[in-house]
Design a binder for this molecule. Sequence first.
Ligand code: FAD
Length: 288
Amino acid sequence: MKVVDCFKDRPVISFEVFPPRPGASEAALNRFYSSLDVLADLDPAYISVTYGAGGSDNHASTLRLCRYIKAHYGVETVPHLPGLEFTAETLPDYLDALTHAGVENVLALRGDLPATGQPHGPFQHASDLVTAVKAAGDFNIIGACYPDVHPEAPSLAVDVAHLKEKVAAGTSQLITQLFFENDHFYHFLDAVAEAGIAVPIQAGIMPVITAHMVERMATMCGVGLPQKFAKMMRHYADNKVALRDAGVAYAVDQIVDLLSEGVDGIHLYTMDNPIVTKRICSAIKTLI
Ligand code: FAD
């Protein structure tokens, strides 16, 4: 099933998971698959599976997990596909393997820049990859977008102009980078609408699981931490459980506001954490 059809019944709730690391211990694998049982049981519209840059087993890990989720739970999957990891020769084989696994959707990304800071290969922008995937088969193509502006973009206007090219190339829906300030998202939606981009946009929400994780992600993704959020992290810095509870409350508060504004959907960055994801889903169950 093409997950763009889910937006007939908005709002769409979906999850992101990380595949286990290659060489993970048996205990870690057991933990991961138990978490996945819980996540699948929460009945998301789909589960997206990340593709970590650099490791040799990425192609296989992402594909294997997508196949497992579809076969084992009957939940639709969306593999992340970073263009910088592929060549014109390797991409068609990988897309064929996805098709054989019953995958009909991909999240087409550029990928993180290598240490040189220069993109390489045939897919230097996500729009190049979207064009290639569109030509290769019948995939529903999802793209990324940035309410806090992509760190390499000189301005929101330039970033949105590039986003418009990505959508014109064949992207049928978007997922935002994580953000902690809903007003930035609403401002971004205004700019997107003004540019004439009319595809569904899911808000990417990441609950705090640990302070270190959120700070790392926010720095890496160039995402601002609002004062209210930073104060909460400081106040509960020495109490992991309290910080997690406050993080769940903050994420729920963000989501309630987004739902009240009629958002197309929420994509939860679960960090493979079933407890936090379950608590958020229970809190918003009657609101969807
Ligand atoms: P693009 O759309 O190509 O945009 C990147 C930058 O280039 C922007 O500044 C844009 O304005 C600019 N740009 C775009 N087109 C042009 C053009 N024609 N000319 C000049 N400039 C242009 N990374 C991974 O490696 N693995 C993952 O699994 C992964 N999952 C992700 C999931 C989500 C939901 C998100 C939001 C990001 C994810 N990323 C992942 C990170 C992503 O690869 C980075 O954010 C990357 O820096 C940009 O990817 P993009 O697809 O948005 O690129």
